[in-house]
Design a protein around this ligand. Structure first.
Ligand SMILES: [Zn+2]
Ligand SMILES: [Zn+2]
Length: 155
């Protein structure tokens, strides 16, 4: 279970301008998606699973928000849970995704870009994803070695 600083329906501050973001209905037919939109920079915050409701390709939304590795190349801090974020790439679009709660930050125009990429059939780059899976695998292995080591010391 993911621990959140605030619930998805609570207002959050823009991770770039630090002003309160507005709740705006994404107006997706038959689906309820309330986005957080910054009144200052027009950036958009989507909580986990919201991207999948807005763009057509489930593969692309999963690609961007699942198994995102352990590197934290993004300078942003997640406005929802305070965790570190990473860059995810979809063709020429680079978005910021929280490594903890999988919320996603979109700069102005990026949502439309993702919708366009999704409609054109792009589903992600398996080679890039393989690198991130490898990263996660290594991190888990490191963790278990440290655990075993710690158990030996504290026996
Ligand atoms: Zn902003
Ligand atoms: Zn988060």
């Amino acid at each position: 279970m993911t621990l959140l600083k605030s619930k998805p329906d609570e207002p959050i501050d823009c991770p770039k301008c630090f002003v309160k973001m507005n709740k705006i209905d994404a107006e997706i037919p038959k689906k309820k998606v309330v986005m957080d939109v910054c009144p200052s920079c027009s950036g958009i915050w989507l909580d986990k699973n919201e991207l999948g409701k807005i763009i057509e390709s489930k593969k692309l939304s999963d690609y961007l928000t699942k198994q995102i590795g352990t590197k934290t190349e993004s300078p942003l801090v997640c406005p929802r849970c305070g965790n570190l974020m990473d860059h995810e790439h979809a063709e020429e679009v680079v978005v910021d995704v929280c490594l903890n709660c999988a919320g996603i930050w979109l700069d102005p125009g990026e949502l439309a870009d993702l919708q366009g990429i999704s409609a054109s059939g792009y589903e992600g780059d398996p080679k890039l994803k393989a690198e991130e899976l490898e990263e996660e695998h290594k991190a888990n292995k490191r963790r278990s070695i440290i655990d075993r080591f710690a158990r030996k010391i504290y026996k």
